[in-house]
Design a protein around this ligand. Structure first.
Ligand SMILES: Cc1cc2nc3c(=O)[nH]c(=O)nc-3n(C[C@H](O)[C@H](O)[C@H](O)COP(=O)(O)O)c2cc1C
Length: 534
């Protein structure tokens, strides 16, 4: 199975001479519907929330700074509003499209969200599985289940726990991006997970990934059975969400409750997304290869705390969340201060800024290979941020042996940032990002360089998507920090994999670049009209 993952990874690489197999010309007639609807299911509108000045971004990211809200109709409405809802509509020459709080490669939105909860005033008198509809900001009832199952499901968890399920419809991405689309679906999932974590942080809540559950358990709980169908919706994870208890004693082997979901009647018929399809067979194969088994070998999480590195700001969290946008073009001029640059990096380190990463029960695997272009008092060049100290020595021996590994001036001592080589790398950064100028015309851009072969061999193929989830979560926090810093950023899924590896001296599968990002002064496209989300 692991070979299937390595095979998919290699065959989905882009390079200067050939892109990974994709559809070439887009078949607009078969463009997938971005909204899943369960036709015939009872729907329940959630509250559309007014903007709030508190908490600020830095308060929300600092543990224990936000007083926990009680779990109920209003806070559940807020949770979805700040994580998976629409944030705007754009229109141009008679065409209109929705944008969301969570970003998505090509704005195709393969990620679907579910709420699994016990009886909750204003939502349901019985334990229920709901599908979240971003189109209406509402919940569609999929099924009710027994109180006894709910009791078993929440064993060891705080009384007010609810669960958020996430799934992916790979076809939505594959329609445009073909073979590489599976990667993008996993990036998007990571963005959505962090969006949920950050939304929870704004409510003073915590999250816990139910990573003891197998893929088949998730299929049963979310009512998403395996189907031989191009539009199949594949369950990815279930996250427990709760106000922080005094002590937490999670039974990490609890899956007995899953039986209680097996013989339920599910309401609603999923809508058909496209009139016709192209079958990207490699995606189905890798998706099956990474199905999580019952037992797994977790990689231990590290416990450290350097949250004092987060500088306080006055920027309302929810303003950042709802105004977040991808820059489509960068101005090639805007500069940021060295201190602002360090704040971007601090927000990506779980020990310094745990809340966006709280869901992940494994120690960080992903590091940042940085192309610095326009940061005051820092030389242009190639830098490296080590997000997990225990990888430092290995990275030094795996990357090019002519790198300097010098700590830049003014860098907080807890931040493992190193200057590798001084030079103007603007053209190179754009070149390896499939020639996209945004990677060279901002303040800095980066490749997310992940430990690859070792964690996959140690845990198994099911860990492959999780490496992308970690990347997506880093991306989400960079997106928000950019809004807070008065600039913009953009996720970059299109890059020439092995050209990036060549720059850093990576010769094998020990480390691989899995996602790129750029941050800088945006150039707005004034031809577009912006309309409110609802
Ligand atoms: C995984 C991922 C990959 C992306 N890759 C690119 C890219 O290569 N180039 C680009 O210009 N934008 C890229 N984007 C930005 C998306 O196009 C953008 O998120 C989408 O159009 C929705 O717009 P919004 O982020 O403003 O909501 C990417 C976004 C994500 C999440």
């Amino acid at each position: 199975m692991i070979n299937k993952v390595f095979h998919y990874h290699r065959s989905s690489k882009h390079n200067q001479h050939a892109f990974a197999p994709g559809p070439g010309n887009l078949d607009w007639a078969s463009q997938p519907d971005p909204f899943r609807r369960y036709e015939g299911a009872e729907t329940l509108p959630l509250m559309k929330m007014a903007p709030s000045a508190s908490p600020t971004f830095s308060e929300a990211l600092t543990p224990e700074k936000v007083l926990a809200s009680p779990v109920g109709f209003e806070s559940i409405s807020q949770l979805f509003f700040d994580s998976l809802a629409l944030s705007a509509w754009k229109s141009f020459q008679g065409t209109k499209w929705a944008l969301r709080v969570n970003p998505s490669s090509g704005n195709l939105h393969p990620t679907e969200g579910y709420l699994v909860c016990g009886p909750l005033k204003g939502l349901s008198e019985k334990p229920t599985v709901f599908h979240y509809s971003p189109e209406t900001h509402g919940l569609e009832v999929r099924t009710h289940f027994s109180e006894e199952t709910w009791k078993k499901m929440t064993e060891g968890l705080p009384a007010e726990t609810v669960f958020i399920g996430l799934s992916s419809i790979h076809w939505r991405e594959a329609w445009k991006y073909g073979h590489r689309a599976f990667r993008y679906c996993q990036h998007d999932l990571g963005h959505a997970l962090a969006a949920i974590n950050i939304s929870c942080a704004g409510l003073g809540w915590q999250t816990h990934l139910m990573d003891n559950l197998s893929h088949s358990d998730l299929e049963i709980v979310l009512g998403l059975p395996e189907k031989d169908d191009v539009e199949v919706e594949v369950p990815d994870c279930l996250v427990a969400v709760f106000p922080p208890p005094k002590s937490l004693n999670i039974n990490s082997t609890n899956s007995d409750f899953v039986k209680g979901f097996s013989d339920l009647i599910w309401q609603g018929t999923p809508n058909i997304l496209s009139k016709s399809h192209m079958d990207w067979s490699g995606i189905d194969e890798v998706s099956k290869a990474v199905r999580k088994p019952n037992s797994s070998t977790p990689l231990n999480a590290i416990e450290e705390n350097s949250s004092h590195l987060i500088e306080s700001d006055n920027f309302p969290l929810r303003k950042a969340i709802h105004q977040r946008r991808s820059a489509v073009s960068m101005d090639g001029e805007t500069r940021i201060s060295r201190n602002t640059f360090y704040q971007f990096l601090v927000k990506t380190i779980p020990s310094a800024c745990p809340l966006p990463f709280q869901t992940f029960p494994w120690e960080p695997q992903v590091h940042l290979g940085l192309f610095v272009h326009r940061v005051d008092d820092l030389p242009k060049g190639l830098y490296f941020l080590v997000r997990n100290k225990s990888h430092l020595e290995d990275l030094k021996s795996a990357l090019s042996n002519h790198f300097k590994w010098e700590k830049p001036e003014g860098c907080p001592k807890e931040l493992d940032l190193f200057l590798l080589e001084e030079y103007d790398c603007r053209r190179m950064a754009a070149g390896v990002s499939c020639g996209q100028d945004i990677a060279g015309a901002g303040c800095f851009s980066l490749g997310m360089i992940s430990a690859f072969e070792a964690p996959l061999n140690q845990t198994g193929p099911w860990f492959y998507p999780r490496l992308y989830w970690e990347c997506g979560a880093i991306g989400q926090v960079l997106y928000l920090q950019a809004e807070v810093s008065g600039i913009r950023s953009t996720g970059i899924g299109c890059f020439f994999d092995d050209s990036v590896h060549h720059i850093f001296g990576i010769k094998d599968l020990k480390y691989q670049s899995l996602y790129h990002f750029t941050v800088g002064g945006p150039v707005e496209d004034h031809r577009l009209t912006t309309l409110p989300p609802y």
